[in-house]
Design a binder for this molecule. Sequence first.
Ligand code: 5GP
Ligand code: ZN
Length: 104
Amino acid sequence: MPDCLFCKIINKEVDSEIVYEDDLCVAFKDINPKARVHLLVVPKKHIASVADIAEEDEALMGHLIMVAKKLAAKNDAKGYQLQFNVGKEAGQIIFHVHLHLMAR
Ligand code: 5GP
Ligand code: ZN
């Protein structure tokens, strides 16, 4: 999506601190961290919101959680929060699906 900030980050057209990348997703540091560790795990496929995922995205969405779990362990997180904000009423400001990983 040409005007999507996270697509631009994925394509390296916009700088970010990428901490993980594979064929399906990237993870990078949130620019405005709300916790000691605050990463965003983002599918390379542009999907606006969890409200827009399809049946075919089921494994991809599971993959995001698996990657988040591994990144939490790598960052010595004992406990952590995984969060999807879905819709502007819930505080979603970037309309490209992303899983927040937040650990104190
Ligand atoms: P949302 O509220 O949509 O669930 O979360 C979007 C997140 O993206 C916010 O936590 C915000 O700080 C982060 N963010 C917004 N713009 C940028 C950016 O340009 N770079 C990075 N790394 N994070 C961003
Ligand atoms: Zn996008």
